[in-house]
Design a protein around this ligand. Structure first.
Ligand code: GLN
Ligand code: ZN
Length: 760
């Protein structure tokens, strides 16, 4: 029998989504950007959303509610703004606070100046992005008045004594850029002063607890890192008075900082028992947990969308101190609001899903269950659900996967031999010209898809429109002098959703939006059960395109790792299994394309690098060791003469160069237009075997690159990579661009290539 805890705090969350159940914040903010509503109106919307969230959280029985998790764009930027870490070029714009904040987040072009946004980066291992603060010679850290105090007061007015949250000094330093030759140590004293002041101000306002987020602790920590952490926190905690301070971590474990955290005067420690489960449990059992601190135990998964299995949760709770406060493993920012707005998923299936609001209820359930044990009604109901299979297993498929042998992952003959055979068949000029796959998704292209969806046009009308676009773009590509052509991807809304919709085993939400950055949301598909291919997907479009030209048309697929990483994965099987299932489905598609005469097939993996584990020692054993073979499965059975391309939207793979070559593609295109010479050096020094198309211009801006510029980029590439390994292409797909700039840029790219060919 579990004992009743002596104090009343039992359950909390790290943070809640803020975009609004119906994306109200997004729409209001966009209206504000277009000057359709005033700043006061935007503030009112924001205030209503906060009030509604707090109310929902309170109704669910959560007894400590965070504030400061609301943001107009990003909470790392909020912390920087609060601390006046605002580069001079933004301050010089002379804007009011909110407009200055938006200038930092999205750039500013107007009466008082022209500045770009701060660089945006992926937030740890999520698809959320933060703005990268900049510390430079002008940085004057001081506590201003931005969000944190007001949100606390606002909650107080609603009768809630909230727990303010902000990004901690250590994580802030680790995520920021230091410019002008500045070092971390230059800012330590000022940060200590500022955080101390924040704590004092919050205590004066009546706060009992404050949550300081230090997720950077889940990366590998060196002795110097830990020394810096101590240096920052000893003085801050010495000055905290009666205010209780929670050090909150998430996205992994604190194996190397656990004893450091215990030795410091934190009142609470927030640990992730989802992604950090094993190592955090290990630390607890090895060093114990002190009675004078409170453990905030992240037991409800804050990142996935599945209902928690209470049997497993209870087994976990039994390994934790019985006074632990139940919490989520991460902020609920990473899941949609509620399943209640989903009408297209059958109720029978919907009960297996838990979004943010449902997870609040799960915390309440677990709290009741740890009192009442397995007889609690919530436990019984939950176990009845888990006793019913959610989907029908594809036993034949899983048997096939279990029986896979090394040769199933191995393409023969070796790459050099294949490339020689392909050269004969494809008969391409030196420095072959190609593109990454998509062409501009004009309003007409999107309208055509929408009309089909709404049943306003027939399937035939839809296809005829797309075919006309394909023909028009084949002609453009031929006129430009490109060598390997593409059909343009006009039938695709999104490179993952498109395949998900065509495979068996996926589900789609109507309202399952998750913030990606600022006003931008994503609605990831859900991998529901075993994934398989029930019909050819891209064959008709690709074969049609090939029938309309004498040039080679490149087939275009999204790779298995990217499909997995940009979906909500299953929780009942390892990611590896789903990825292998997707890979086998794609392998059938690849063979089908080949059978229908397609000689070049590109399998995009833009998300491969994204999901590298946060700790370097896990990169291979927990990820690349299965992700790379999964990619290889997709193409292992094709003829040597069929050329396999892949594409990645980044160029930071110096540190995993071996894994990239081990994908065993024949050709890879990537983003190097920002003249990433280091990577070219690495490709050279490591004798990278895959032929490469390091993008020769940046498609992320409407700017048309000149012929001269591209010629010089090609020269740089040829200085490091053998000419017969090099392809010429833009650095990513062109779907987000306008047509005139796209054609102008491709024209210059082709012209530059012809000039360089002549020099040779
Ligand atoms: N083939 C896709 C396109 O061209 C690739 C997109 C991507 O890399 N994200 O749009
Ligand atoms: Zn790309």
């Amino acid at each position: 029998m579990i004992m009743r805890r002596s104090f009343n705090m039992t359950k909390t969350i790290i943070g809640y989504p803020r975009i609004g159940e119906h994306r109200e914040l997004k729409f209001a903010t966009q209206k504000y950007f277009k000057h359709q509503i005033t700043q006061a109106e935007l503030q009112t919307t924001a205030q209503q959303l906060r009030a509604k969230n707090w109310n929902t959280i309170q109704q669910a029985g959560i007894d400590q509610i965070p504030t400061g998790d609301f943001s107009f764009f990003d909470t790392t930027l909020d912390t920087a703004k609060l601390l006046n870490i605002v580069p001079k070029r933004y301050q010089d714009l002379g804007l009011n606070d909110l407009d200055e904040y938006f200038a930092l987040a999205r750039g500013y072009q107007g009466e008082t100046g022209d500045v770009k946004a701060l660089p945006m980066k992926k937030w740890f291992n999520t698809n959320y992005h933060y703005l990268t603060p900049e510390f430079d010679a002008d940085t004057q850290i001081k506590v201003g008045d931005w969000q944190l105090f007001d949100q606390f007061k606002e909650a107080k007015a609603q009768g809630i004594n909230a727990r303010p949250t902000l990004v901690g000094p250590y994580t802030l330093l680790r995520l920021s850029r230091l410019l002008d030759g500045k070092k971390t140590s230059d800012f330590v004293d000022d940060l200590i002063k500022a955080y101390t002041e924040i704590l004092n101000q919050l205590a004066d306002l009546g706060a009992e607890w404050i949550q300081i987020d230090e997720p950077a602790l889940v990366y590998d920590q060196s002795a110097e890192d830990l020394a810096l952490f101590k240096q920052l926190y000893q003085p801050i905690l010495a000055a905290k008075g009666d205010l209780k301070v929670l050090a909150q971590t998430y996205f992994g474990d604190v194996r190397d900082s656990y004893t450091t955290l215990l030795a410091l005067d934190f009142d609470g420690l927030g640990l992730d028992f989802n992604e950090g489960r094993d190592a955090n449990l290990q630390s607890l059992s090895e060093y114990g947990f002190p009675a004078d601190k409170t453990l905030f135990a992240g037991v409800i998964n804050g990142k996935n969308i599945w209902r928690t299995n209470y049997k497993q949760a209870l087994a976990l709770l039994q390994q934790l101190p019985k006074e632990a406060v139940l919490s989520t493993s991460t902020s609920l920012l990473h899941v949609p609001y509620t399943t209640q707005n989903e009408t297209k998923i059958a109720p029978k299936e919907l009960q297996y899903l838990a979004f943010a609001q449902e997870k609040l209820q799960e915390l309440a359930d677990l709290d009741a269950i740890r009192e009442a044990g397995v007889d609690a009604p919530a436990y019984q109901k939950n176990q009845a659900l888990f006793a019913t299979p959610r989907y029908e297993e594809n036993a034949a498929l899983n048997a096939k996967i279990a029986a896979l042998k090394p040769e199933d992952y191995t393409r023969l003959p070796k790459r050099a031999e294949r490339l020689a055979q392909q050269a004969k068949v494809l008969n391409l000029p030196p420095l072959p010209l190609t593109t990454i796959g998509s062409f501009p998704q004009t309003a007409a292209v999107r309208k055509n898809r929408a009309q089909l969806r709404k049943g306003e046009i027939t399937e035939q009308q839809y296809t005829e429109f797309n075919h006309a676009e394909v023909r028009r773009w084949l002609k453009i590509q031929e006129d430009l002098g490109l060598d390997v052509l593409v059909h343009g991807e006009f039938e695709r809304n999104d490179m993952v959703e498109y395949f998900g919709e065509n495979f068996a085993g996926f589900r789609f939400t109507e309202n399952g939006w998750v913030q990606s950055y600022g006003t931008r949301g994503v609605k990831p598909p859900i991998i529901w059960g075993d994934v398989s291919r029930t019909h050819p997907i891209t064959v008709a479009e690709t074969v049609y395109a090939q029938s309309q030209t004498d040039h080679v048309v490149k087939g275009m697929l999204t790779g298995p790792v990217t499909i997995l990483n940009w979906s909500f994965p299953r929780a009942d099987v390892p990611a590896k299994l789903s990825t292998e299932q997707i890979a086998l489905a794609l392998a059938d598609e690849v063979l089908d394309l080949e059978k229908h005469g397609i000689k070049v097939i590109q399998i995009d993996e833009p998300a491969l690098r994204e999901n590298l584990p946060l700790r370097k020692k896990d990169w291979y054993s927990k990820y690349l060791d299965w992700a790379v073979p999964a990619f290889r499965l997709t193409a292992a059975k094709v003829q040597p003469t069929t050329q396999i391309h892949t594409h990645m939207c980044y160029s930071e793979f110096q540190d995993i160069i071996g894994a990239i070559d081990a994908l065993d593609a024949d050709v890879i295109s990537f983003e190097a237009s920002r003249a990433d010479l280091t990577l070219l050096d690495v490709l050279h020094d490591t004798h990278f075997e895959t032929h490469v198309g390091p993008g020769v211009y940046d498609i992320h801006s409407p700017r048309v690159p000149s012929v001269d510029e591209i010629v010089s980029t090609i020269h740089k590439i040829l200085a490091r990579i053998p000419e017969d390994h090099v392809w010429i292409n833009p650095d990513c797909g062109l779907k987000t661009r306008e047509e005139p700039e796209t054609i102008a840029s491709l024209k210059n790219m082709a012209e530059a290539t012809r000039l360089v060919r002549k020099e040779r």
